[in-house]
Design a protein around this ligand. Structure first.
Ligand SMILES: [Mn+2]
Length: 361
């Protein structure tokens, strides 16, 4: 029993305190009220402190944004270093005279798809590393040059369909044991693309280049990230533009949307997507892409599934997937969708167009 819980007992104590002159004076009582106020203020400060915590939370978010921005700056700096470390092929703009004894005439679209530079595959059916990429790009260039001679092509539009690197978003994690950093991968694959462009340029005078991004090129793992330009192909494109400018190449870089490109040749319209956002095995995709871009396409061409496929979805209208440089890996083997390495071209002349698979075995 105590004075806090028992009113009778409290009155008894007070009465006794009053009797012995120990009851607090009015002033003292006021002081006690004041100290309650102080407590209230302290409580308020406590509240302010928790408000401050919310502010701190905001501040933390701001600091993270700043850090991320610095990370981008760091990446740009790393890319600058990687560019300085190696040499790029020198541009040359030779005159390529057409064969006057030939009536051959064509335009070519040459696609580059799913290089996945930085991927390392070592299974009985396939070996793939960065050295293999270089060899395969040489082989592809040779085949394209042969095709230029065969068709008498004067112009070549090179279209990169994306997935130039294996894992762009790994920069958000710790870089695991990898031969090259992401920056080096982007720069080195771009170096190979530039060599490819220049080799083609040596055999045809009118060359254009454009590149769209694939799912592996995204810097953020989140595919809904609204940072649309935040992908490895964007950086690669800027390096190619820089190469054209610095070396005086007459190759024309064509700016496109990050995920879509189109080319019109001799009255035919071709659309290009990577294939992750537009499913090219769904026979309504050509109609959907045509609707979205307000143009009737003759073909919509992509990569992504790492195999050659062609689906006729209308009168001489096609949905096409070209194969990959990378070829078979454990993942595709498990899914049972393994297929050979290949790329693809479109040959356009006045008689029509032909979509052709180019094997890279
Ligand atoms: Mn891919």
């Amino acid at each position: 029993m105590d004075s806090d819980t028992n009113e009778n007992y409290r009155c008894l104590i007070k009465h006794y305190q009053h009797k012995i002159g120990q009851l607090p004076s009015v002033a003292k009582h006021a002081e006690m009220v004041a100290s309650n106020k102080l407590q209230a203020i302290k409580n308020e400060i406590g509240n302010i402190n928790s408000a401050k915590l919310a502010l701190q939370e905001q501040a933390r978010k701001v600091r993270k944004l700043v850090r991320d921005t610095n990370k981008d700056e760091l990446l740009i700096e790393e890319i600058g270093n990687a560019i300085r470390q190696g040499t790029f092929v020198k541009a040359s703009n030779p005159v390529v005279l057409p064969d006057i004894n030939s009536d051959k005439d064509a335009d070519l679209i040459v696609c580059l798809s799913d290089i996945h530079y930085g991927a390392h595959v070592d299974i009985p059916e396939n070996y793939y590393d960065t050295k293999v990429v270089a060899r395969l790009m040489d082989l592809y260039a040779e085949k394209v040059i042969k095709l230029i001679d065969e068709t008498g092509a004067q112009s070549v539009d090179i279209v990169n369909l994306g997935d130039i690197v294996e894992h762009a978003y790994m920069r958000n994690q710790n870089l695991y044991d990898s031969e090259e950093t992401l920056s080096e991968q982007i720069v080195n694959v771009t170096r190979l693309i530039i060599e490819f462009i220049q080799r083609i340029r040596n055999h045809a005078e009118i060359i254009t280049y454009r590149g769209i991004a694939g799912n592996h090129d995204r810097m953020q793992g989140d595919k809904n990230s609204n940072l649309n330009a935040d992908h490895a192909v964007n950086i690669s494109n800027r390096i190619i533009q820089m190469w054209i400018e610095v070396t005086g190449s007459d190759v024309q870089f064509v700016e496109t949307d990050s995920y879509f490109a189109e080319i019109m040749l001799r009255g035919y319209h071709f659309a290009f997507v990577h294939g992750d956002r537009d499913n090219l095995s769904n026979k309504n995709t050509l109609a959907k892409v045509s609707e979205n871009h307000d143009r009737h396409y003759d073909a919509v061409i992509g990569g992504h599934v790492h195999k050659f496929s062609m689906l006729e979805v209308g009168n001489n209208r096609y949905q096409v997937t070209f194969g990959s440089f990378k070829g078979m890996d454990d993942y595709s083997k498990r899914l049972g969708v393994s297929s050979s390495r290949s790329q693809g071209v479109v040959i356009v002349n006045d008689r029509g167009f032909e979509i052709r698979k180019i094997g890279l075995q």
